[in-house]
Design a protein around this ligand. Structure first.
Ligand SMILES: NC(=O)c1ccc[n+]([C@@H]2O[C@H](COP(=O)([O-])OP(=O)(O)OC[C@H]3O[C@@H](n4cnc5c(N)ncnc54)[C@H](OP(=O)(O)O)[C@@H]3O)[C@@H](O)[C@H]2O)c1
Length: 306
């Protein structure tokens, strides 16, 4: 088991911060694995300062939205190590915007990063896993893959898409001995809220008073607060993921934070209409939503953002 050749090869995306960084940190030095730690070009300095390349750890630039980049890395790893045993699709971005303020470009960034990219990477690795008669694909989803919140439509759509496709994949790869898991964190105590993206119109609505401004004023600090109160840090979640790496029969869905377990339970037991009514009543500032619809501010916002 000490021989390098028997060590499993794990490829992780989005390792410059948060969960990806914690996973890489905890896996480096683990004698069972060889690692490909990846992140986008702009953040490469961060991972090259934090991790050292060795015989068993390589650092690479990988933007999951670029097919060429994906193929290059997969080819290189195959030439070097001849296999890929675990793919952890962790990279993700999160837009905060009401549906009305999203635009095509922002939708594409959201979907390419959280859904289309992970699917491309999965597609390029699956033939290798089939040939080696085994492998494990871990897709980092979210509570937003099971429930949707206001101002998070596009993010939720990307995670729902990831959930749907991953569920199909579970059936499709089972006969080949390839395991599949959706990891579903709820709120993680990290500073990833600082990296939230805003569409142009959402950004302007933050700055101007308009019909949707109250959604942002109430939801942004609410989400930030819940993240700060969460017991789950990226390191806690990374540990849970590493625990399932060697499981013979890992679950299709793994809820890794307390709120994710509660949301899953409530969704299961409550009639769907009641669930949404309760959710609405629990959200902050709902009484103000839609009440700043003064004609003048509405027109001002429309003029500025159209
Ligand atoms: N934070 C939470 O509360 C939470 C809750 C549920 C689920 N999740 C999910 O957990 C995963 C990790 O999130 P996190 O909290 O650790 O967020 P994070 O700290 O913002 O990390 C996201 C990582 O994704 C990378 N990334 C973004 N776009 C990329 C692209 N096109 N190609 C490759 N890498 C890209 C970022 O790299 P750059 O440095 O290049 O931007 C960063 O390393 C995500 O899938 C997220 O949706 C997070």
């Amino acid at each position: 088991m000490g021989s390098t050749i028997l060590k499993k090869v794990i490829l992780i995306t989005g390792c410059s911060s948060g969960l990806g960084f914690a996973l890489a940190q905890q896996l480096v030095g683990n004698k069972k694995y060889r690692l490909i730690i990846t992140c986008r070009e702009n953040s490469f300095k961060r991972i090259s300062e934090a991790f050292t390349e060795t015989e068993e750890v390589i650092l690479r630039k990988l933007d999951v939205t670029l097919d060429l980049n994906i193929n290059e890395i997969v080819d290189e790893v195959c030439k070097r190590w001849g296999r890929i045993d675990v793919l952890i699709n962790n990279a993700g971005v999160c837009f905060r915007s009401v549906v009305e303020h999203m635009d095509f470009e922002s939708e594409m960034i959201q979907l390419k990063t959280n859904y289309l990219g992970p699917m491309s990477l999965t597609r390029s690795i699956l033939p290798i896993m089939r040939e080696q008669k085994g492998g494990y694909i871990i897709n980092i989803s979210s509570v937003s893959g099971m429930v949707s919140m206001p101002t998070m439509a596009s993010y939720s759509a990307s995670k729902h898409a990831l959930e749907g496709a991953t569920e199909s994949l579970w059936y499709e790869t089972k006969p080949y001995g390839i395991k599949v898991t959706l990891v579903e964190p709820g709120f993680i105590n990290s500073d990833s809220f600082k990296r939230v993206l805003f569409s142009k119109k959402a950004q302007l609505s933050h700055e101007l008073r308009g019909p949707h401004s109250e959604y942002y004023y109430s939801m942004s600090p609410f989400i930030e607060k819940l993240m700060n109160f969460s017991f789950s840090k990226p390191t806690t979640i990374a540990r849970k993921i590493i625990k399932i790496l060697e499981k013979e029969n890992p679950p299709l869905r793994l809820r890794v934070t307390f709120d994710a377990i509660i949301f899953g339970f409530l969704k299961k037991i409550l009639p769907v209409n009641l669930f949404h009514k309760i959710m609405f009543s629990l959200l902050p500032g709902t009484k103000k939503w839609g009440f700043i619809n003064l004609k003048s501010t509405h027109h001002r916002e429309q003029r500025m953002i159209s």
